[in-house]
Design a protein. Structure first.
Length: 661
C-alpha cells in the first residue's frame, strides 16, 4: 500500500437512458482536473465515475429500442466510457450499477441498515400510469401528465428507511463540519430542508422490475437512488472497504439539483449502516443554453464531440473551467468558446510557447540559454511567477478554477509584455547583447515551464507537448507541485520537437464546422435506435439477412431477447366488433398489463380469471382493433383450423412474474 495520503473523489454516476452532453461533461472534467491536481500535490488519488443503469426509464428506453435492458445498458455504458477516454478523463474506477460487486454492496448496505433497526415494511399509495410504468404526481382521477392517459391509484408494498430518525444527527453533523456542503448557498438550502423535518423514505419498489433485487423479498427491487449512491462504496471495496483504505470519500462532486440526495439521504444511509461519512459534497452549477439548463427534453443540448473534433479536447476543458465561476451557473456559447480558444490558447499560451522555442532555436542552438546579470524587470517577472505558484495552488484547493486560470493567464500576459519591452530580437551580436538576450530567453522559458506545470490539470494534452518542447524530463503530470519554484530550469537542456499546439481558427468557420457536425450526428441513428435496427423487419415484410428465416438457427442471445414471464389473468372481456379478440388484464408480477388475445372463439372470458399463462412482456405495445395491447399471451396452434391452446402451468404453483427461460 502506498504511504502517500489518500484522496478519493467521485463524479455522479450517469443515467444510461441518454448520451452525454457538455453538462455531464462538465461534472466529469472538473473531477478529472481535481484528480490530476491532487496527484501533482502528492496524493494517492482514486477517482470513480460510472453509469446508473437501473429503473423505469431504462426499462422504457430498452423497450423502445426493442432490446433487453442488459444489452441496452451495456451499449450505453460503452458510449459513456468512450467519450471520457476521448476527453482525456482518467477515471480509476468505472462502476456500473449492473456490476455484480455493486449489487452485493447494495444488498449488504440494506442489511446493515435493516439489522440496525432503520428499515421497516410499509405501503406506498400513489397515482400510477400503467402505460408509462411510473408513479406520477397527480390527484386520483387525473390523467398522466406525460402521456395524457388515465392513471390508477396503486398501493405498492415497500421497505421504508427511517430518515426521520436522522434529522438531529444530520444537523449535528453539519454543525460540526461546516465545510461538509459547499458552496454556502447549497449548505443553507440543505439546512433549511432538514430543519423543516424529514419524512421516512421508501427505498424499494415492487412496481419496477429492472433493478437490484432485495434478497428474500422479491419482487422488491431497490429504489434507484439507494442503488446509485452506493456505487461510491462498491467502487472501493464495498463491504471490504477497509482493505482498500479509500473510504470515506474525500469529495463527492455533483450538480446542484442532486445535492439533497448526497447531503441528506446518503449520509443518513451511511449513519444507519454504521459507516463513516464522506468529508465533503460540492455542488456545481449548471451549464445553460439560451438561459435554460441544457437537457435532452428541452432539445437544447450541445454535444462534446464536435467541439473536440474542431478545437481539441483541451479547448473544451479550458473553456468549461475558465468561463464559469465554479459553483454558479454559466451560459454556453459557441461564440465565447471560439473567442477563448483564439485569444487565450492560440494567441496566449500557444503563441508564447512557439515564439520562445523559435527564439531559443535561432539564438542559442536549440538549448536553454544561461541567464546572467538580472535587471529589475527580470526580477519583477520572476517574483510574479513565484507568487502565481502560491496563488494558483490556493485557488485550486478551493476549486476556484477560473481564478486559478486567470492568474496563470495574467502571468502569460505579463511575459508577452516583457518580451515586447525587452525585444530580444532587436539586440545585436555584442557580448553584452548576447548575454542580455540569453537572460530574457531563459526568463521567458522559465515562465513557460511554470505556467505549463500549473496548467497541466486543466490542459493535459497540450501541456504535455509544451513540456517536451522545453526538453523537460518525464510527463508534466508527475511534477511535484509542492516543489515547483522559480529558477529550476536547467541551462543547456536541449529543446524537444516542436508540435502544433493551438492553430488559430476563423470564428465563423469553426462554429459552422461544429454545428454541421452536431446536425450530422443528430441525423445518425443513436446507439439506442441502432440497437433496434437489426431486428426491425424490412419495409414490405420481406425477410432480410437481419431477420432469420424460419429454419435458420438462432443463438441463445437472440432467444434471450424475448422476455417471457408467468402472468395471472385478472379480468377478461369481449371486444365489441372484434369477435376473435378478448381484452385481458394480466398481472405479470411487477405491474398489471392490458393485453389483447385472439382466443375469443375458444375460451369463455369468465373461465380465464385467475389462470396462469405465459406472457411475452417485452413486445412493443400495439393496437388491435383500436384497443391497446401491451404484451402477448403464448399459445400453441393446434389442428387444421389453428385452434389456440394456452400455454400454462397446471401442475406447479409458479410465482407470478417468474421468468421463462
Ligand atoms: N444518476 C444520477 C446521479 C446519481 S449519483 C449517485 C444523475 N445522473 S445525470 O446523468 O442526470 O446527471 C449527472 C450529472 O450531470 C449531475 O451532476 C448533473 O448536475 C450533471 N449535469 C447534467 N446536466 C447538466 C447541465 N446542463 N449543466 C451542468 N451539469 C449538469 O443525476
Amino acid at each position: 500500500m502506498s504511504d502517500k495520503p489518500k484522496f478519493y473523489l467521485t463524479t455522479p454516476i450517469y443515467y444510461t437512458n441518454g448520451l452525454p452532453h457538455i453538462g455531464h461533461t462538465y461534472s466529469t472534467i472538473v473531477c478529472d482536473t481535481i484528480r490530476r491536481y491532487k496527484r501533482m500535490r502528492g496524493y494517492d488519488v482514486v477517482m470513480t465515475t460510472g453509469t446508473d443503469e437501473h429503473g423505469v426509464n431504462v426499462e422504457r428506453s430498452a423497450k423502445k429500442a426493442g432490446v433487453p435492458e442488459s444489452e441496452f445498458v451495456a451499449k450505453m455504458a460503452a458510449e459513456w466510457r468512450a467519450l471520457w477516454d476521448e476527453l482525456g478523463v482518467q477515471g480509476d474506477e468505472f462502476i456500473r450499477t449492473t456490476d455484480l460487486k455493486h449489487a452485493h454492496t447494495v444488498q449488504w448496505l440494506f442489511k446493515q441498515c435493516r439489522d440496525n433497526g432503520f428499515v421497516y415494511p410499509g405501503h406506498y399509495t400513489g397515482q400510477y400510469c400503467i402505460y408509462d410504468n411510473a408513479y406520477v404526481d397527480v390527484k386520483p382521477g387525473e390523467n398522466c401528465p406525460d402521456c395524457g392517459r388515465p392513471t390508477e391509484t396503486v398501493t405498492e408494498a415497500n421497505f421504508y428507511f427511517k430518515l426521520s430518525a436522522f434529522q438531529k444527527p444530520l444537523l449535528d453533523w453539519y454543525a460540526k463540519h461546516p465545510d461538509f456542503i459547499q458552496p454556502e448557498a447549497r449548505r443553507n438550502e440543505v439546512l433549511s430542508f432538514v430543519e423543516g423535518g424529514l419524512r421516512d423514505l421508501s427505498i424499494t419498489r415492487t412496481s419496477v422490475r429492472w433493478g437490484i433485487p432485495v434478497p428474500g423479498e422479491e419482487p422488491h427491487v431497490f429504489y434507484v437512488w439507494f442503488d446509485a449512491l452506493t456505487a461510491y462504496l462498491s467502487a472501493v471495496g464495498g463491504p471490504q472497504y477497509e482493505k482498500t483504505g479509500y473510504w470515506p470519500a474525500d469529495l463527492h462532486l455533483v450538480g446542484k439539483e442532486i445535492i439533497r440526495f448526497h447531503a441528506v439521504y446518503w449520509p443518513a444511509f451511511l449513519m444507519a449502516a454504521g459507516l463513516r461519512l464522506p468529508k465533503q459534497v460540492w455542488a456545481h452549477g449548471w451549464l445553460l443554453m439560451d438561459s435554460a439548463k441544457m437537457s435532452k427534453s428541452l432539445g437544447n443540448v450541445v454535444r462534446p464531440r464536435p467541439i473536440v473534433h474542431v478545437l481539441g479536447m483541451d479547448a473544451l476543458r479550458y473553456y468549461l473551467l475558465r468561463e464559469t465561476v465554479f459553483g454558479q451557473d454559466g451560459n454556453f456559447s459557441y461564440d465565447a468558446l471560439v473567442q477563448r480558444y483564439n485569444s487565450d490558447l492560440a494567441n496566449g499560451l500557444g503563441n508564447l510557447a512557439s515564439r520562445t522555442a523559435a527564439m531559443i532555436d535561432k539564438n542559442s542552438g536549440g538549448k536553454i540559454p544561461k541567464p546572467s546579470a538580472l535587471q529589475p524587470q527580470d526580477t519583477a517577472l520572476a517574483t510574479k511567477a513565484q507568487e502565481a505558484i502560491g496563488e494558483v495552488l490556493e485557488q485550486y484547493d478551493k476549486l476556484g478554477f477560473s481564478l486559478a486560470l486567470e492568474e496563470i493567464w495574467s502571468l502569460i500576459a505579463a511575459t508577452d509584455k516583457y518580451l515586447t519591452t525587452e525585444h530580444p530580437w532587436s539586440l545585436g551580436e555584442s557580448e553584452a547583447d548576447q548575454q542580455r538576450r540569453a537572460t530574457i530567453l531563459w526568463t521567458t522559458a522559465e515562465v513557460l515551464r511554470i505556467a505549463t506545470a500549473l496548467t497541466h490539470p486543466v490542459l493535459p494534452e497540450s501541456t504535455t507537448k509544451v513540456w517536451s518542447l522545453l526538453g523537460q524530463p518525464g510527463q508534466p503530470g508527475s511534477i511535484a507541485l509542492d516543489g515547483l519554484r522559480w529558477g529550476q530550469l536547467a541551462s543547456g537542456t536541449a529543446l524537444g520537437k516542436s508540435q502544433a499546439l493551438f492553430p488559430r481558427i476563423e470564428k465563423a468557420e469553426a462554429i459552422e464546422r461544429m454545428e454541421a457536425m452536431e446536425n450530422e450526428a443528430q441525423k445518425q441513428p443513436s446507439p439506442v435506435t441502432a440497437l433496434a435496427t437489426p431486428s426491425a423487419p424490412a419495409a414490405g415484410g420481406a425477410a432480410t439477412a437481419a431477420t432469420p428465416a424460419a429454419a435458420e438457427k438462432i443463438g441463445i442471445e437472440d432467444f434471450a431477447k424475448v422476455e417471457m414471464r408467468v402472468g395471472q389473468i385478472q379480468t377478461a372481456e369481449r371486444i365489441v366488433g372484434a369477435d376473435k379478440l378478448l381484452k385481458l388484464t394480466v398481472d405479470i408480477g411487477t405491474e398489471i398489463r392490458q393485453i389483447c388475445a385472439g382466443i375469443a372463439q375458444y375460451y369463455e372470458p369468465e373461465k380465464l380469471i385467475g389462470r396462469k399463462v405465459a406472457v411475452v412482456v417485452n413486445l412493443a405495445p400495439r393496437k388491435l382493433r383500436g384497443v391497446e395491447s401491451n404484451g402477448m399471451i403464448v399459445a400453441a396452434t393446434v389442428g387444421p383450423e389453428g385452434r389456440p391452446v394456452l400455454a400454462g402451468f397446471p401442475d406447479e404453483d409458479v410465482e407470478i412474474g417468474a421468468r421463462l427461460k
